[in-house]
Design a protein around this ligand. Structure first.
Ligand SMILES: NC(=O)c1ccc[n+]([C@@H]2O[C@H](COP(=O)([O-])OP(=O)(O)OC[C@H]3O[C@@H](n4cnc5c(N)ncnc54)[C@H](O)[C@@H]3O)[C@@H](O)[C@H]2O)c1
Length: 395
């Protein structure tokens, strides 16, 4: 089945939301029926933004009323992607003007990580439903600001940790929660890349949080999900720069981090760039249980990932083997956001501000454990959750 077919089928399955009440978002917003289009705005039409627009462009029930970026060329490229839309989206360089002038049911945000809170907080305060790319932001203060605004907002907040929308992950984690592997003993994972770390703003740790935050946050998200939203109590990490990035970046190109969850459950994780041979490229998350084990998304480049479970004797256990494919996850998350915009009550989407908060703070904790900001050196140390100084821990 193609992504387009899947999208249409899923839209028909889920588009029965609607009703007479006013939609969230602009107070003047008309109520949405089940076949009504959701009209979205989009802020940040850079690389990821345009990928999202491409995935969304032919989805039924979604139309982009306006797009916004500080850079005209980024918007010009985005307009080409939306060229087939029956109505041309308006272009803005100021998202506040876009919010004032356009009637929108929700707004998608894909600015740089360090600009998430700066953009998302006013959008939430204006009452819109938002989808914002992952992670929440690059430092604890901005994460807390975003979380407080999302909790107080009348609109929903969906965060772009798309693994929550990949059927393989959902199935694996539901089964782990239902006792498939017994008690969780250890967690392990890696992500190994052929390339060197990202340049541009990703190399600027104030903007990205570093690679453990910007990239590996996806895996922190999955492990915190497996641990039912618990956060690690402490962590230690060794990381650094092997290849001396040009521009004297302090963004790590390798790290080995160990997190300790409650009940002394350790999660050992390596994140490596420039992994010499293609044979070592890929990503893997493993759950060691008391009676079985599960391995999720052992992705070799060019092949979609999946998940497997093995019993005590090493025999493969029966699973439906649903896909962990990236594009399918992204398509489903966009459809889920549109569904969320049709609802009239606030709710927590599958990837929401609380799950994303834990994943993001966990990643920041790992970064703090490998890099000491006062000496400006990679210097391993133990960081406890309380050392983060977050002001948004639930009471
Ligand atoms: N979920 C995923 O798998 C995935 C993959 C890649 C990137 N991302 C995330 O997507 C986000 C964007 O990454 P990218 O690589 O596309 O960055 P990018 O630099 O290519 O694009 C960011 C865009 O945001 C625009 N922008 C910044 N502030 C703005 C403002 N106030 N108003 C309007 N536009 C503004 C910039 O001009 C730029 O065009 C990041 O959060 C990144 O972590 C997620």
């Amino acid at each position: 089945m193609t992504t387009g077919e899947l999208s249409r089928r899923r839209f028909l399955e889920t588009s029965s939301v609607g009703g007479a009440a006013l939609a969230l978002g602009l107070s003047a917003q008309a109520a949405l029926g089940k076949d009504d289009e959701v009209v979205l705005g989009f802020i940040g039409t850079g690389g990821r933004g345009r990928f999202l627009l491409k995935q969304a462009a032919d989805l039924p029930g979604i139309r982009f009323g306006a797009i916004c970026d500080l850079k005209q060329p980024a918007m010009d490229e985005a307009m080409k992607i939306l060229a087939e839309q029956p109505t041309k989206p308006k272009m803005y360089t100021d998202f506040k003007q876009m919010m004032e002038k356009e009637k929108l049911n929700g707004i998608m945000i894909a600015t740089e990580v360090g600009n998430h809170a700066k953009v998302a907080v006013p959008v939430l305060e204006a009452g819109f439903n938002i989808f914002c790319e992952k992670p929440v932001d690059a430092d604890v203060e901005r994460v807390d600001k975003f979380v407080k605004a999302a909790r107080a907002a009348k609109g929903i907040t969906q965060i772009g940790f798309q693994r929550h929308y990949k059927p393989g992950y959902v199935e694996a984690i539901e089964k782990i929660h239902a006792g498939l592997v017994g008690d969780i003993r250890y967690l392990q994972g890696y992500w190994q890349w052929p390339r060197l770390p990202g340049g541009g703003w990703v190399a600027d740790v104030a903007m990205s949080g570093g690679e453990l935050v910007e990239q590996a946050g996806h895996h922190m998200d999955v492990m915190a999900w497996i641990m039912k939203g618990q956060h690690p109590e402490r962590c230690v990490s060794m990381g650094g720069i092997m290849r001396k990035n040009p521009g004297a970046s302090t963004c790590e190109d390798h790290s080995f981090t160990t997190f300790e969850f409650p009940n002394e459950i350790l999660f050992q994780y390596s994140h490596l760039f420039g992994a010499g041979t293609r044979r070592f490229i890929g990503e893997m998350l493993r759950v060691y249980g008391s009676k079985a084990g599960a391995e999720i998304n052992k992705l070799d480049y060019g092949r979609p990932g999946g998940w497997k479970a093995y019993d005590e004797g090493g025999k493969e256990m029966p699973i439906t083997d649903k896909t962990c494919d990236h594009t399918e996850g992204v398509t489903r998350q966009i459809l889920a956001f549109a569904d969320g915009c049709r609802k009239t009550e606030k709710f927590l989407p599958a990837s929401n501000i609380e799950t994303a908060r834990t994943a993001t703070l966990m990643s920041i904790m790992g970064r703090q454990a490998m890099f000491n900001p006062s000496t400006k050196k990679f210097d391993e140390r133990v960081i406890e959750w309380k050392d983060l100084g977050t002001t948004t821990d639930p009471a």
